[in-house]
Design a protein around this ligand. Structure first.
Ligand code: SF4
Ligand code: SF4
Length: 279
């Protein structure tokens, strides 16, 4: 929706634009990509964007698992959702870099960590590719049309606040980034309780899911808080956890925070309300 709102904003300024997402095999809480292509001429190219002018990172945890600047053009810019200053972030190259605490803006304005509208305000401030007024229009058109006018207005407000709070600077990259992990769906993507297979993983455990290649614990905004007094040991949480990171230890459940990605499925499924998600 953010990619579409950006395209809508560019269109409002008289340009041409296309936008589309790319989802892997993963479930809720997993990394996804979206692309926006903007031009002052009609656009015929339909491919993904492999050499972007700008990269927008909605979750800072991705910096540890994905080479987000792969293909970034010389003179390009990176926008990161982070509480840190641009100078404190190393993306592996020297680049213009802007940061904003989009998660806090979203929690303040939307009451949920949906950072896609806030980050558009930061993109406008950092790059000037479109004005904040056009971003607000684009958000009203895309979010407002689908989710209602009030939701559209709140998301436009989040973008404006993020615009005001964005810090633009430079990143001086020095660390060597490993090649990005790529994975395709296979039997290992099934929930642990369903799969019935054994695999050695870098979690030091046995189980399926993307933690085969990613330390998914770095993705989360919220984490489960467990109340052993309420727990009836029904094991629903163990069965439904997509990362296989819940296990039984004597008379209580344990959660492996290195691999819990904060999806909240365990809290949703727990019939005893023994799990709540906290920031
Ligand atoms: S422990 Fe809960 S929040 Fe964490 S990955 Fe598993 S289901 Fe999701
Ligand atoms: S789903 Fe809830 S009640 Fe059941 S084992 Fe998990 S925490 Fe306990």
């Amino acid at each position: 929706m953010a990619a579409q709102a950006l395209a809508s904003a560019a269109h409002a300024e008289g340009g041409y634009a296309t936008a589309f997402p790319f989802f892997g095999a993963e479930r809720r809480g997993a990394p996804v990509l979206a692309f926006t292509r903007i031009d002052d001429k009609r656009i015929y190219r339909k491919t993904q964007v492999y050499e972007p002018d700008f990269v927008v990172v909605l979750d800072e945890g991705l910096l540890e698992t994905v080479n987000v600047v792969e293909g970034l053009k010389d003179g390009g810019a990176v926008v990161v959702n982070s509480v840190r200053s641009p100078e404190e972030i190393d993306v592996g190259i020297d680049a213009k870099l802007a940061t904003v605490d989009a998660t806090s803006v979203a929690l303040e304005v939307l009451k949920r960590p949906a950072t896609n509208s806030s980050i558009l305000g930061a993109l406008s401030k950092a790059t000037g590719i479109v004005s904040i007024e056009s971003i607000e229009k684009g958000i009203m058109q895309v979010f407002g049309d689908r989710l209602g006018e009030k939701v559209g207005e709140r998301n436009a407000k989040a973008a404006r606040i993020a615009y005001d709070r964005t810090v633009v600077g430079e990143s001086h990259g020095s660390r060597v980034l490993k090649a990005s992990n790529k994975w395709l769906p296979d039997v290992r993507e099934l929930p642990m309780g369903v799969a019935g297979i054994s695999l050695d993983t870098d979690a030091g455990a046995v189980g399926p899911g993307s933690f085969l290649e990613n330390k998914t614990g770095s993705w989360k905004v919220f984490h489960p808080e467990y109340d052993g007094e309420k727990c009836t040991m029904c094991n629903f949480c163990w069965f439904y956890c997509p990362e296989g990171c819940i296990y039984r230890k004597e008379d209580r459940m344990e959660f492996d925070m290195d691999y819990c990605k904060g999806c909240g499925i365990c809290a949703n499924e727990c019939p005893a309300e023994a799990i709540k998600m906290v920031r």
